[in-house]
Structures are given as structure tokens and as C-alpha cells.
Design a protein around this ligand. Structure first.
Ligand SMILES: Nc1ncnc2c1ncn2[C@@H]1O[C@H](COP(=O)(O)OP(=O)(O)OP(=O)(O)O)[C@@H](O)[C@H]1O
Length: 442
């Protein structure tokens, strides 16, 4: 309605003046009260407050209005009578149909299509736990991480997982931005209570990109109330953001404290091995075969986000389809020349990893490669093995030789141990990630 040019125009005034001669006083005053009238091409649109008004005009006055309008305009005119209440109802119905989740969920964003690695394992496990016990364990669940690392994908997959277990679950997936604009449109229509009612009924509310609440005071107030209603009713809330709650400056303290009251998990950048797995997954989705050396090359040059990684796979696919060429390292280097130019890729060697780990822990290389069982040495050795396995292309057999071990099992169990500790111990994870980033950047 707001977009239409609506006015009580001169033509309508003249039509009314003509009608005054034909209708009784009551009818005239009711007609004069109509504010919304517009003339578009050959039609005079008369907007009535409700259906009763509309039916009355159509039944009793259509002929008189048509004749008066023809007289004023000087040609035949169609009279269209429209009930504003009906328009609102129609709009409402359309929005309702789109409301509970499914239509806004991306069918590709399922757990089946989500590659799990160390960077998102905790978030994944938390989402599964929440989808299987909504409102009962981690509430709210707050997921944060840099752009393009799979937060939205994780949220949608959680919704699908819950729907698989309970088809009737009412789910809303929205972003803070959409929430704000929908809220304002409801306020404009004088229907804020209806807006709240829709949210009150859900079993799972997924709110993406919560950072867009920053600075939006009215939206924060509304969200605060909805949050409390859902929380008190034991309904599950999952939030995502590009930063942890305490870094969200410009969001009310009472909201931040609620975000902090549940479980907060981070999604970080995937390591090389996980990137290769993601590339393979995307490649099979797009129907392209990517040789391992090309996947490793891609994983090394794209360090920003999974979205960029996916973009690179799409570019390779498009190039090979159009040129009819098979994909190999040469082709990949040509197609992704711009990305390559931004990075100076050097392959990471096991030697450089051992040096970096020794220098960080202030230990001797000789000791790291020995069998000594000192606690600190064992930890550094395991980290060096883990980094060598995830950051280099060396097969397990040559890693065993590097670390002077008789068989691969020592390397495998060291990697398992490091992964396990990273999941449990945040400080330990920070050290491993720091070393990893330093080696990739060097
Ligand atoms: N682990 C993963 N496995 C498979 N695909 C992934 C993974 N992580 C991200 N993606 C893909 O990367 C793309 C970007 O992910 P998504 O939109 O979920 O990121 P985001 O963190 O929500 O980004 P933003 O902060 O910009 O909203 C999507 O196509 C998604 O499928």
C-alpha cells in the first residue's frame, strides 16, 4: 500500500460533489470519509476500511458512482472497490505461508553436505545435541566465526536434523537484519502483537548474523522480549555471529548476558586436510573430479574462507566445461592466476615444522626427535607430528622416518591425542592454531 500513490484527489472531490445531488446525507458523509482513492489509467480505485463497506458500495452505489465519475472525467471509468482489511489479510497469509522455516532453508545446507574437521567439530557436536534435545541442554547455543566459514550452513543443517526427528517442529530461521525489517513492517501495519505471536509459537529459533542487531535499539528490545518468552518456555534458541558475545559493542548488556548464559562455540578456519575434504565434497556436488595435487594446491592458496574455496572450485569447473580440458595443476594455476598472485605459496616442510615447534617450546631438535618421555617434550613432539600430518603432503611412512619411529601407528595416535586435547583445552588449541597459522603464513 505504501508504494502506491494514494491521494484524495480533485477528481474524487468532484465526483463527491456530483454524488451529493443523488444520495442521502448519511451516505454522502460516509463516502466523504473515504481517504484512499486513486485514479489509474481507466480505473478509479476506492479503498474501503473493510469488507462491509466494500459490499455496501458495490451493492448500492456502484451505478451512481460510475455515472458521476464518467461525468467528471469525461469518459467511461471502471470503478474498483478494494477492502484494505482484505489486502492486509492476503499479505499476512503470504507471509505466514513463508514463515515456519522450510521455505527459507537452503536444501543443500544439510549435515550430509557439511564437512566436519577440527575447526567446526565442537560446533557440529553441539548442534546435534541441541537438535536432539531442544531447549534442554545448551540454551542458547551461540556460534561465532569469521565470514564464510559455514555458520549459516550449520544452522540450516540443525533445523533439518530436528525436522527429521520431529516433522511438526515449528522452526524459524531468520537473520537479525530480516528480523528488524519484518518487525518494522509489522509496526507500520499496526500489527506488532501478531509479529510477537508468530515467534512465541516456535520450538527452535535460529537467528543468523546477530551482529546486525548492533545499534538497532528498537529491534533489540523486541528481540529481548521474544528471547525471554522462548527461553522461559524451554524453547531452543541458536544464534550466530561473526564475533563472540562480549565483542558485540552496541548491543544491550542484558542481551549480551543472555547470549553468554548458554554455550558459546567458535568455528575457525579449516586446516589443509579439512580444506581438501571440503574441496572434494564440493567437487562431487558440482560433478567435477579434482586430482589430489590440485585440491592441495587450492587448499594452500585459498586461506580466507570456505566460500572462497567453493568459488575457486566453481571457477575450475566452469573453465574445464567451457574449454573441454581435463583439470590438472597447470590448468588450476592458470585459472586461479589472480588468487595465486596474491599468495606466495611455498610448500611447508617437516623440517620447518620441527624447527618452529622447537623454537616455540624452547627445546632442542635432538630431544624432540628422541624417545625421551618428559611431559613437555612429548607434547611438543605430538604437536609436530600432528602439524606435519595436516600441513604437508608427506605420506605416513616418510613421517615415521622423519620422527625416527618404527611404524605409522605412533604418528596416528599422536594426531588423535592432539585433536582430542584441542577439543578439550582451549589454551592448547590456541597454541596449535598459532603454530599452524605461522607456518602457513611463512
Ligand atoms: N565445512 C563445510 N563443509 C562444506 N561446505 C561448507 C563448509 N563450511 C562452509 N561451507 C560452504 O561455504 C559456503 C559459505 O558458508 P556459510 O554461508 O554457511 O558461511 P557463514 O559463516 O554463514 O558466512 P557469513 O558470515 O558470510 O554469513 C556455503 O556454500 C557452505 O555450504
Amino acid at each position: 500500500m505504501e508504494s502506491k500513490e494514494i491521494f484524495k484527489n480533485k477528481i474524487w472531490m468532484n465526483v463527491l460533489a456530483d454524488l451529493k445531488e443523488k444520495v442521502d446525507e448519511n451516505t454522502y458523509s460516509l463516502l466523504s470519509g473515504l481517504d484512499y482513492v486513486e485514479l489509474k489509467e481507466n480505473s478509479l480505485y476506492i479503498y474501503t476500511p473493510d469488507n462491509v463497506y466494500k459490499t455496501w458500495i458495490l451493492a448500492d452505489l456502484l451505478e451512481d458512482i460510475t455515472l458521476s465519475a464518467k461525468k467528471v472525467i469525461g469518459q467511461d471509468v471502471n470503478i474498483q472497490v478494494i477492502s484494505l482489511k482484505e489486502i492486509k489479510k492476503e499479505e499476512q497469509k503470504r507471509e505466514d505461508e513463508n514463515f515456519y522455516g522450510y521455505l527459507t532453508l537452503n536444501p543443500k545446507f544439510t549435515f550430509k553436505n557439511l564437512v566436519i574437521g577440527n575447526h567446526n567439530k565442537v560446533a557440529y557436536q553441539s548442534c546435534i545435541a541441541v537438535a536432539e534435545n531442544p531447549g534442554k541442554i545448551f540454551n542458547p547455543l551461540f556460534i561465532y566465526g569469521d565470514v564464510g566459514l559455514g555458520k549459516t550452513h550449520m544452522l540450516h543443517a540443525t533445523a533439518y536434523h530436528l525436522l527429521k526427528r520431529n516433522q511438526n517442529a515449528k522452526i524459524i530461521y531468520t537473520t537479525a537484519d530480516t528480523f528488524a525489517s519484518e518487525m518494522f513492517s509489522y509496526i507500520q501495519k499496526g500489527m506488532i502483537l501478531e509479529f510477537r505471536k508468530r515467534y512465541k509459537d516456535v520450538d527452535l529459533l535460529l537467528m543468523d548474523d546477530i551482529q546486525f542487531l548492533v545499534g538497532k535499539e528498537r529491534t533489540q528490545i523486541e528481540f529481548y522480549h521474544i528471547f525471554n518468552i522462548l527461553y522461559t518456555a524451554g524453547k531452543q534458541i541458536i544464534l550466530s555471529s561473526d564475533q563472540p558475545p562480549n565483542s558485540l559493542k552496541g548491543i544491550e548488556k542484558r542481551l549480551i548476558s543472555r547470549f553468554n548464559s548458554g554455550l558459546i562455540v567458535e568455528i575457525t578456519k579449516p586446516d589443509l586436510e579439512t580444506k581438501v575434504n571440503i574441496i572434494n565434497k564440493k567437487a562431487s556436488e558440482y560433478g567435477i573430479e579434482i586430482p589430489r595435487e590440485v585440491a592441495i594446491f587450492l587448499g594452500k592458496i585459498v586461506n580466507s574462507s570456505v566460500r572462497e574455496l567453493e568459488g575457486a572450485v566453481k571457477r575450475l569447473k566452469a573453465y574445464c566445461d567451457i574449454m573441454g580440458k581435463p583439470l590438472n595443476l597447470e590448468v588450476a594455476k592458470t585459472v586461479l592466476k589472480d588468487v595465486v598472485e596474491l599468495q606466495e605459496i611455498k610448500s611447508i616442510s617437516v623440517d620447518s615444522i620441527i624447527d618452529e615447534v622447537c623454537s616455540y617450546f624452547k627445546i632442542d631438535k635432538k630431544d624432540l626427535l628422541s624417545d625421551k618421555k618428559n611431559k613437555n617434550l612429548v607434547m611438543a613432539r605430538q604437536i609436530a607430528m600432528y602439524l606435519s600430518k595436516t600441513l604437508t603432503e608427506e605420506p605416513l611412512s616418510s613421517l615415521s622416518t622423519y620422527f625416527k619411529k618404527k611404524n605409522h601407528s605412533t604418528i596416528i595416535s599422536a594426531c588423535n591425542k592432539v585433536e582430542e586435547t584441542m577439543n578439550k583445552d582451549r589454551k592448547f588449541k590456541l597454541i596449535v592454531d598459532f603454530l599452524k597459522d605461522k607456518l602457513i603464513a611463512s
